[in-house]
Design a protein around this ligand. Sequence first.
Ligand SMILES: Nc1ncnc2c1ncn2[C@@H]1O[C@H](COP(=O)(O)OP(=O)(O)O)[C@@H](O)[C@H]1O
Ligand SMILES: Nc1ccn([C@@H]2O[C@H](COP(=O)(O)OP(=O)(O)O)[C@@H](O)[C@H]2O)c(=O)n1
Length: 298
Amino acid sequence: MCPVLPSVAVNVPWPTRPGVISFPSIFLLLPHSLQPQTHNTSQIRNFVLVHSITRRIIVQLRQKRVDTNGYCGRCCIIRVGLRQSFHHVPSVIWGSEWCLDANGSLSIEKKVKVVFVLGGPGSGKGTQCANIVEHFGYTHLSAGDLLRAEIKSGSENGTMIQNMITEGKIVPSEVTIKLLQRAMLESENDKFLIDGFPRNEENRAAFERVTKIVPEFVLFFDCAEEEMELRLLNRNQGRVDDNIETIRKRFKVFVESSLPVIEYYSSRGKVRKIDAGRSVEEVFEAVKSIFSSATVVA
Ligand SMILES: Nc1ncnc2c1ncn2[C@@H]1O[C@H](COP(=O)(O)OP(=O)(O)O)[C@@H](O)[C@H]1O
Ligand SMILES: Nc1ccn([C@@H]2O[C@H](COP(=O)(O)OP(=O)(O)O)[C@@H](O)[C@H]2O)c(=O)n1
């Protein structure tokens, strides 16, 4: 019999340490027979730790039949926090790293390496990211793709996101950052190309404040507007924003809001600028040399 999980409202706090996605609220899934008030944690052998209880996780738990050691029936979820009680916690569950935080509470920690991929609309970010994924083992997270998927999912923010994209405007950081964080946590990889983000100062500052992640470097695809316009008009992906009116708005937003972000990182020596007006192959040659030397340095 599969465990029956109670629904739990979880308030997941923002992470607090540099380069680490940390969720101090850890939940222990236990067979009902081991109630929190009565159990001796050293006896617990049959459990799953999860960072937050989402519908997706509940479905996964049910499918995985976590109750594998002969326990059956109801399960309960308790919040735990004592370091000494959990010395026998296995180190890896579902590909995430687990450890104790500075306060001695259990947390999921996932150290991640991030490269921001920036450039005007149509500069070739997505095209080159696909190549980088293939050659350098990164996971590609396109902020635009995540936002479009959110619209499709029927999310309560869907209409707002749809309107912003149609107008070429930038979606509030909170929404985009949550999508990026979720995607990073759900991935088993620890190296991410974040494409099309941060797109303005608010995106940049909020991401840094919330995740404490500092990018390894920023890949900047520099391309003339005329070339980008031609590429977008020929992109042919049925996007609502690839029409001349919205394209012009996006160019304006790029110059006014995104270029200052690139300048910010440039003043900190983080920007690797590439002439993106050349052929896909030539651009990728330049990209390769940047990633090859970044790998050597790391
Ligand atoms: N170097 C290039 N030369 C010509 N066309 C390109 C080049 N890079 C990308 N494209 C094409 O231009 C369009 C926009 O590229 P894309 O990678 O989607 O840009 P972005 O992600 O920056 O908006 C796509 O149709 C793509 O096939
Ligand atoms: N950080 C981001 C990235 C994209 N977006 C929205 O998504 C649209 C498409 O972004 P995209 O990165 O997929 O495509 P390009 O404009 O780079 O071609 C943008 O014009 C914004 O409306 C956003 O609001 N915030």
